[in-house]
Write a protein that binds this ligand. Structure first.
Ligand SMILES: Cc1cc2nc3c(=O)[nH]c(=O)nc-3n(C[C@H](O)[C@H](O)[C@H](O)COP(=O)(O)OP(=O)(O)OC[C@H]3O[C@@H](n4cnc5c(N)ncnc54)[C@H](O)[C@@H]3O)c2cc1C
Length: 482
């Protein structure tokens, strides 16, 4: 029933990343080229590694299940962002390292060489690649401050990425010391073909799929303040989409059914029910109009994605935590447990700022009261509660201890989705209460957040060690080639 695509673990991905960087270096070692200085070999190695890394960025963009399915889209995007800085540094240092030996002997001559690299037509494609890379990384770092709609930024991002990798490939094949011909040139052609295949898959095949297998908006209903539930059903001829509760899809509608225009939304539904339900909060240009979508309109669905599911984690007991619209995948898991009569112990904490922001409250209360599940429910609001079963306050460590009473933190898994600050605080508090890090599973809707939990920091350290390994590869190449 679930997609058969194998999903790579974090370690497997790190290995694949280092392999992609190591292949051009290894092939380059087989080339016989005019002898140079160790700095020049290091410069060449930086160019080779950065170019391979730029191509790999196309598959760490969160759209390939094999790559992001296991780790989660927010984590793979955080790697994508960190790796972009290494690549930019590599690309900037690439021409500079070439002139280091000249610099030590004659700084004026070094400047002239640098000017030559930047102005000579033979190197122009490399300069264009460097400029595009610089714009790409800076425009992404400043995205939230740019006066650009998300879709426009995304389109610019794709174009700049193509220009930088295309320029880089042309530069390598035209003037690269190790890349003009032989096995390294062959590698670049294959890599270029790989990038084209990724683009065809992302924007050709997926576009075709959205049009070939359309869905229909069966109903749209208001569930809470600025929150809407969409019932989406396959149109005749569209096969049902097998999925697990808690996964997410990319959605488009009507004439906007093009992959660049899609938005990710969690499935707030059980696979036991035909079709899909999405719970969507007004958060910007697209979602502000969601409640006005006409019933019956065509919807494009691409999915399912992600592993925020009970099936992937299979806990003995489960603590479900939803904050704000983060209740969407949690509601999907809850509905599915209820539909299947799952008897595992389950604790549900649903927190929101104001009581009127709690969506699908009656349904959740009914599930809790029906006895169909072994469920205990906590409703939390920061503002004064409007019902006796609500508590005022945040999900503090004390409250978490109370919620976990009777459960073994070692065999219970927490599955949490909510705003960044809540995820960070609760994740750290659960570790303090003795829950192993592997048992704290969370998904964030916004991968631009700067707050980091201990789990995030541990992951960042793992990412940085991949960057350090790239540095070792570059230094090793300079040593071996020299
Ligand atoms: C895995 C995942 C699951 C999600 N599930 C839900 C859900 O069930 N319900 C819900 O209400 N929201 C969900 N979101 C958030 C939702 O995708 C954004 O709120 C929505 O895309 C905002 O679009 P907008 O045009 O209305 O707002 P904008 O003003 O364009 O964007 C607001 C912010 O949303 C993010 N965003 C916008 N467009 C995209 C995009 N195409 N891809 C990724 N991020 C984007 C950006 O960080 C942006 O700054 C989910 C996000 C992710 C990553």
């Amino acid at each position: 029933m679930h997609s058969a695509i194998p999903r790579l673990s974090g370690n497997q991905l790190a290995l694949a990343y280092l392999l992609a960087a190591a292949v051009p270096l290894t092939l380059a070692l087989t080339q016989s080229v005019a002898r140079g200085h160790a700095w020049e070999y290091a410069a060449a190695a930086l160019g080779l590694v950065a170019l391979a890394g730029m191509a790999v960025q196309f598959v760490t963009s969160g759209r390939f299940e094999a790559v992001s399915g296991k780790l989660g889209i927010d984590k793979i995007m955080s790697f994508h962002k960190i790796a972009a800085w290494w690549l930019l540094l590599g690309v900037l240092a690439h021409p500079l390292l070439y002139v280091v030996p000249t610099w030590t002997a004659d700084p004026d001559l070094a400047w002239m060489r640098l000017e030559f690299y930047l102005s000579d037509p033979a190197y122009r494609s490399g300069v264009v690649a460097l400029g595009a890379m610089l714009l790409l990384v800076i425009s992404s770092a400043l995205r939230e401050r740019l006066p650009l709609p998300y879709e426009a930024w995304r389109a610019t991002h794709v174009v700049l990425a193509l220009v930088s990798v295309g320029g880089g490939l042309h530069h390598a094949l035209a003037v690269g010391r190790f890349s003009i011909d032989g096995p390294v040139a062959m590698f670049w052609w294959l890599l270029g073909a790989g990038v084209v295949a990724v683009m065809v898959t992302l924007y050709g095949w997926r576009w075709w799929h959205l049009h070939r297998h359309p869905w229909r908006l069966a109903a749209v209903e208001k569930r809470a303040d600025r929150m809407w539930e969409l019932d989406i059903q396959p149109q005749p001829g569209t096969p049902p989409m097998p999925y697990h509760a808690g996964q997410f899809v990319w959605m488009t509608d009507r004439g906007r059914r093009f992959p660049l225009m899609d938005h990710p939304f969690s499935i707030a539904d059980s696979p036991e029910r035909p079709g899909l339900s999405l719970l969507i909060k007004e958060a910007g240009d697209y979602t502000n109009q969601i409640g006005a979508l006409p019933e019956g309109c065509t919807i494009g669905i691409d999915g399912p994605y992600g592993e925020f599911t009970l099936e992937a984690h299979d806990p003995a007991a489960v603590l479900l935590i939803g904050g704000g619209v983060g209740i969407a995948p949690i509601l999907g898991i809850l509905r599915d447990m209820a539909a299947r009569g799952d008897r595992r112990p389950v604790r549900l904490v649903y927190a929101a700022g104001h009581p009127e922001n709690l969506a699908n409250l009656e349904e959740i209360r009914q599930i809790a009261a029906s006895g169909a599940l072994n469920l205990k429910l906590w409703l939390l609001t920061e503002d004064p509660p409007t019902a006796p079963d609500m508590h005022q306050g945040i999900l503090s460590p004390e409250r978490l201890r109370e919620v976990l009473q009777g459960l073994d933190p070692k065999t219970t898994k927490a599955m949490m989705c909510g705003p960044g600050p809540m995820v960070v605080a609760v994740s750290d508090a659960l570790l303090d209460l003795g829950m192993p890090m592997a048992n704290v599973v969370y998904e964030r809707f916004d991968y631009s957040g700067s707050m980091r939990s201990r789990q995030d920091r541990a992951r960042t350290r793992a990412f940085v060690s991949v960057g350090a390994a790239l540095g070792v590869l570059v230094a090793g190449f300079a040593f071996l080639a020299g």
